[in-house]
Ligand binder design. Structure first.
Ligand code: SF4
Ligand code: SF4
Length: 356
């Protein structure tokens, strides 16, 4: 068995956690909250990783258990010692993939449940759906590059059309990128360098400011690819009055993990909603940094769809009665719609419906 070694920084963090035995992160974990299984606690994940690093278990044998994670970052936020469990988890995944995949691909795929087809879609076609040609056009003189991301481009074209109509009405010229942000590959052990090379080889928007409706794309483009990016609600804020929005409706706004906990974007989407006359806005019971996860992130949905649905249901239990859930993330919208009977809207859906 090959002995794996984390970076010095992660080794230090892992040892600190193992010495404290505090387990504060457990009660906040989106997966533990619904399963109440000890092996789902973030700390248990770190213990398993430690066992593998010390050669007491085969790293491949623990990968499935480690995949019971939505990347919600609640464990990182709640740790009094500032331990970044997610960083350690992804570093470990990368070590295992690099050491084991080439050695015996078949065994690696079988034991870890590595989704070979999905990965080849990302690598060869540039999107998770394996679509050959995805809509997109880059114009030299546009004001911004709209980065819809794979979900909108392939599964929610209506939202793309609404966005285009809003931008047209505001006289904002835009290009449309058909690139993927590739952030999902982190969950399958790809390194930052590999992800960055894939993105740079496909993205054609240059250095122009990017605007997105997806929290995952926002986080990845900002923090992994170092791009100048804003969320669509930040773009609309100072122009929204021109749209003269009005809608008699009741909504509950939810903070997505990657807009909120990852990037502290709380105000923009709320202010855009507040600009809609007659709209009554409620917050979910636990909001902002304590906001519940939609259950669609990380690897949970891919490997444990039934648990993912329970995480979604836990979020829906917190919405105000008689309201429609509204999110600033196209992926959260897609996931909740898939995981439940709820009809979720993006803030942009609502802006479009409120235009007069
Ligand atoms: S990650 Fe932090 S909160 Fe969780 S058990 Fe370790 S030290 Fe405690
Ligand atoms: S990122 Fe979320 S789901 Fe994953 S271990 Fe941490 S708290 Fe649990």
């Amino acid at each position: 068995m090959i002995i794996l070694k984390l970076s010095d920084e992660s080794t230090k963090a892992l040892n600190l956690c193992l010495n404290t035995r505090c387990n504060f992160c457990r009660e906040t974990c989106s997966v533990y909250e619904v399963s109440k299984m000890e092996f789902d606690s973030p700390r248990a994940k770190l213990e398993l990783i430690n066992e593998a690093l010390n050669g007491r278990v085969d790293p491949k044998d623990i990968m499935i258990t480690l995949n019971r994670c939505t990347s919600c970052k609640k464990c990182v936020e709640s740790c009094p010692y500032g331990i970044d469990t997610l960083k350690i988890l992804n570093e470990f995944r990368n070590l295992v993939r690099e050491s084991e995949l080439k050695k015996n691909e078949h065994e690696y795929v079988v034991k870890t449940g590595y989704p070979r087809k999905l990965i080849s879609n990302f690598v060869e076609k540039g999107n998770p759906f394996g679509v050959e040609k995805v809509e997109g056009h880059i114009k030299k003189n546009s004001d911004i590059v709209l980065f819809p991301g794979c979900i909108i481009l392939n599964e929610d074209k209506e939202l793309l059309n609404k966005t285009k109509k809003i931008l047209d009405k505001l006289n904002i010229s835009y290009s449309i990128s058909n690139s993927c942000c590739y952030s999902a590959l982190k969950n399958f052990g790809f390194s930052k360098k590999e992800i960055s090379e894939m993105f740079e080889s496909r993205y054609k928007g240059g250095d122009k400011r990017i605007v997105t409706l997806c929290a995952g794309c926002y986080n990845s483009l900002k923090n992994d690819h170092g791009r100048d990016i804003i969320h669509i609600t930040e773009l609309l804020l100072d122009k929204i009055k021109k749209l003269n929005l009005e809608k008699d409706d009741l909504v509950t706004y939810i903070d997505s993990c990657k807009l909120g906990r990852y990037n502290q974007i709380y105000d923009g989407p709320r202010k855009v909603l507040e600009s809609i006359k007659n709209l009554k806005i409620f917050d979910i019971e636990n909001n902002m940094e304590d906001a519940p996860c939609c259950g669609g992130g990380g690897t949970l949905k891919q490997y444990f769809p039934a648990v993912s649905r329970k995480v979604t249901q836990k979020l829906l239990n917190q919405k105000a009665k008689g309201t429609t859930i509204v999110t600033g993330c196209s992926y959260c919208k897609h996931n909740i719609n898939q995981n439940s009977d709820e009809k979720v809207k993006h803030v942009i859906d609502l802006v479009f419906e409120s235009m007069r």
